[in-house]
Design a protein around this ligand. Structure first.
Ligand code: SF4
Ligand code: SF4
Length: 438
């Protein structure tokens, strides 16, 4: 009789009945009785007779045929995706300027050359570049653009002009278009929100906050008026755009982050309309983030994430918890793909958004041929660490940021990260049930 085994990517959570298992490879979540849960936990082979709900568990990838080598399949998919010249998604991060209207103390772009605004000839170069990619690769089904900076909304006319140009290029080809903006929110007035939605086809916006008024102004060199404008802009934009608010946290501002979260969710009544997530400010001597002793070192932040999940849960903000559930990734960062690029204001191409504007990392320009840089090759040829190969979260992480890994700046507290995922799943299931995790 055919034999089956529990998947290596089952994450069991809740220790009392009912128990649940989440499979990080398939994204499925299944409710289990204790007997079935114990059988799966034992790691022993199973068959149709030895386990209840066999067909469901097999269909959801909770059990797999005994001959399946899951890790090899994951690695095969990763390599296929990283080295294929015919990936179905063309992914571009475009920085129309590296200038900014703030001066956050942790900004990695404090050390980069500014390059000024994007010229008309670079705009044309980008459109030609996209046209070349679409013609070269008939498999492209989706174009994904992330507008990045500096502060991209300083150059809204450039964003509008390139967005319209790409839409003309797509024409009646069967290619989906998806665009997002990373902004500090100061210029995101209602009229600009409308232009972004209607003329630039933007769906998602990410805005960073650092705390309430006093902290915000100090850390960003902003004025009180700026702070209130940003909060007003978030409030109006939440009506028509998908907003995710990144809370930048170091050792000195956690309480301020709790207060601004309450301000948004309760005073501004944005519960269920925005997603909020915590992000560490990390010490990084080269591409600072920050050199301040208040900043976290790699791997130190997971305790804070756990505390923040409890806080969101108490505030009833399941939408935010759900928005950070891990999803299946084929590669660790889309930038390792052959047809993913970052583009700087002068038209230079890069393979990581953290290095836009740094000449030594350029891998070509939109005007000419691409070349392989040493950094790019190192990122793309990187093997999985042995510890990642054993990790239940591997399908949702694929080893973490390749740029940090080749710079020896990546470390992961696997145990804590697993706790974060389990806690998020528990809170969602407790409040909303199994179907709400999808
Ligand atoms: S390589 Fe790392 S830092 Fe660069 S874009 Fe990818 S995940 Fe971000
Ligand atoms: S980086 Fe951490 S979470 Fe990701 S696969 Fe490796 S050990 Fe697991």
């Amino acid at each position: 009789m055919d034999k089956f085994k529990p998947s290596s990517y089952n994450l069991r959570f809740l220790s009392q009945e009912p128990m649940y298992v989440f499979n990080t490879r398939t994204g499925s979540l299944v409710k289990l009785d204790k007997k079935t849960s114990d059988i799966l936990e034992s790691g022993e082979y199973v068959d149709k007779e030895s386990i209840d709900n066999f067909d469901t568990l097999l269909g959801q990838g909770i059990i797999v045929p005994s001959e399946v080598d899951e890790i090899s399949e994951i690695v095969m998919m990763q390599r296929k995706c990283a080295y294929s010249e015919y990936e179905s998604i063309l992914s571009l991060v475009i920085a129309p300027t590296l200038d900014c209207n703030y001066e956050c103390f942790y900004c990695f772009e404090n050390n980069t050359k500014r390059q000024g605004s994007m010229s008309k000839s670079v705009e044309q170069g980008i459109l030609q570049f996209v046209e070349n990619e679409i013609s070269r690769n008939p498999r492209i089904e989706k174009i994904r653009i992330k507008w990045f900076g500096g502060e991209p909304l300083l150059e809204l006319t450039v964003i509008k002009s390139i967005s319209e140009g790409i839409h003309e290029l797509i024409g009646d080809r069967n290619i989906a278009y998806f665009a997002s903006v990373v902004t500090n929110g100061l210029l995101l007035t209602p009229s600009k929100q409308r232009i972004l939605r209607e003329k630039c086809y933007v769906n998602d916006i990410q805005i960073t906050l650092d705390g309430m008024e006093e902290e915000y102004c100090k850390r960003k060199k902003a004025t009180t008026n700026d702070f209130h404008k940003v909060i007003d802009n978030i409030t109006t934009a939440s009506e028509t755009l998908n907003l995710s608010i990144r809370m930048n946290i170091d050792r000195s501002n956690y309480n301020g982050i709790l207060r601004i979260t309450e301000e948004l969710l309760i005073s501004r009544k944005l519960l269920g309309k925005i997603s909020i997530y915590p992000a560490p400010i990390i010490i990084d001597e080269k591409f600072s983030d920050c050199s301040d002793s208040n900043c976290y070192k790699n791997g130190e932040f997971e305790e804070v994430r756990l505390k923040f999940i409890d806080f969101l849960n108490e505030a009833g903000d399941i939408r935010s918890i759900k928005s950070r559930l891990p999803v299946r990734m084929i590669v660790s960062c889309s930038m390792v793909n052959e047809n993913s690029f970052c583009i700087g204001p002068n038209g230079d191409l890069y393979k990581c958004e953290q290095v836009i504007g740094i000449d030594e990392y350029a891998v070509g320009t939109v005007f000419g041929s691409k070349r392989y840089s040493k950094v790019e090759m190192n990122m793309r040829l990187l093997d999985l660490d042995s510890v990642c190969r054993e990790c239940v979260l591997l399908p949702t992480c694929m080893g973490g940021c390749p740029f940090k890994r080749i710079s020896d700046k990546y470390s992961c507290d696997m145990r804590q990260r697993i706790e974060v995922v389990k806690k998020s799943l528990c809170k969602i299931v407790e409040r909303r049930g199994v179907n709400e995790t999808r």
